[in-house]
Write a protein that binds this ligand. Structure first.
Ligand code: NAD
Ligand code: WQD
Length: 337
């Protein structure tokens, strides 16, 4: 299949392009490089032995995106990663977040309708569940009011997909609700590239281990969890990337039988605490992460992990890699920077 990958030079997108090649598909990357770099395209080529087609541009720009469809005739489906993703920044710059994250999806949908493209996989997030009533979280759990504009863009985008696929039943869309993606490609050639001080745990951990940051602050150890720190479902980015390929293949196989719109958790099914993650990092990489316990971070969820049985049942996908694998790969990547 020829697959449009918006945001394909980014963290999850680049790993997905590698997996698309590995599965015999033809990726077409669209990225404005607002949070990535052109050299990522070369790294993908180095890993895959093939250079992906790449169009630099903004996918809120209808003319630009339409032109890509004209140049690349017969695109079979799209994976839509392109979005801004920093929770804190979204509170400071809500208009930029709503404009970019919502308009890029609306533009893609317009172009999909115009060009008779049927299948769309969308990057949603477990953030739509907020603080869940219980864990593991099934897809039946209610979505909760978002605590930041970024999270709200994911809920709104899910609604846009639901409504659009009713009005245009030729379009099938699946929103993948990612839990916490971590790690890097085992080659050490692509990985996460945080901008400035990392907000997310694992890039902070690797930078602290490398001496680029003084020490990690663990945000709170007084939660009602076994060791007092928050628990998350950390999923290796390569497993996550493969889930996208399975989703596209499922949409293709099911064709008219699949629901027009669906949403699926993509996680491992296991909760790991922040302190457990630090212990595993030390064990597998033989290096301790300097850390101190600090106050809670506003807005943090106490516990959040997936029930991943829907992904297994519908997509025949389940995570194969462990948190230890991801932390080894993240450390290899950090050392290459
Ligand atoms: P990323 O920032 O590394 O990748 C996003 C890419 O999209 C970047 O390369 C950026 O340059 C590009 N982009 C942004 N706006 C664009 C636009 N208008 N036109 C063209 N390109 C544009 O982020 P990521 O971590 O790879 O996340 C990918 C997707 O997954 C995002 O939608 C994000 O919200 C979602 N997601 C990420 C996480 C996570 O923890 N990383 C968790 C859940 C969901
Ligand atoms: C994980 C745990 C922190 C940094 C965020 C977004 C979510 C999704 C993924 C896109 C928490 C703790 C962290 C640090 C720490 N993104 N921590 N010290 O908050 O689960 O999810 O990224 O959709 O929307 O909210 O991930 O990696 O920031 O934090 O103790 O320096 O690590 O308190 O318990 P989070 P995270």
């Amino acid at each position: 299949m020829k697959i449009l990958v918006t945001g394909g030079a980014g963290y999850i997108g680049s790993h997905t392009v590698v997996e698309l090649f590995a599965a015999g598909h033809t990726p077409v990357i669209v990225d404005d490089l607002s949070n990535s770099h052109e050299w990522i395209i070369d790294r993908i080529a180095e890993i895959s032995g093939k250079k992906p087609l790449f169009y630099k541009g903004d996918c809120t720009d209808m003319k630009f995106l339409s032109d890509v469809f004209v140049k690349e005739s017969s695109i079979d489906g799209a994976i839509h990663f392109a979005a801004f993703k920093a929770v804190g920044e979204s509170i400071e710059k809500p208009l930029e977040y709503y404009r970019n994250n919502i308009n890029s999806l609306l533009t893609l949908l317009d172009v999909a309708v115009e060009n008779n493209m049927h299948n769309i996989v969308f990057s949603s997030s477990a953030t739509v569940y907020g603080e869940p009533e219980s864990n593991p979280i099934t897809e039946d759990a209610p979505r909760q009011e978002a605590t930041c504009p970024y999270g709200n863009t994911k809920s709104i985008a899910e609604d846009i997909l639901r409504d659009t696929t009713v009005a245009y039943p030729q379009i099938h869309a699946i929103a993948l609700r990612y839990f916490n993606p971590i790690g890097a490609h085992p080659s050490g050639r692509i990985g996460e590239l945080p901008n400035g001080v990392p907000n997310n745990l694992v890039p902070y951990v690797t930078q602290a281990a490398a001496g680029k940051r003084d020490e990690l602050t663990v945000f709170g150890d007084d939660y009602a969890t076994p060791d007092g720190t928050c628990m998350r479902d950390f999923i290796h980015v390569v497993d996550l990337a493969q889930a996208h390929i399975r989703t596209l293949e499922y949409l293709q196989e099911q064709s008219k039988n699949a629901k027009h719109y669906d949403y699926i958790n993509i996680g491992t099914g296991t909760g790991t605490s922040v302190l457990d993650l630090l212990t595993t990092f030390k064990k597998v990489n033989k290096i301790a992460v300097p850390y101190k316990i600090g106050p809670r971070r506003a807005g943090d969820i106490k516990k959040c992990w997936a029930n991943a049985t829907k992904a297994k049942k519908l997509l025949n996908w389940q995570a194969k890699l462990t948190v230890a694998d991801a932390l080894k790969d993240a450390w290899r990547w950090e050392q290459s920077l």
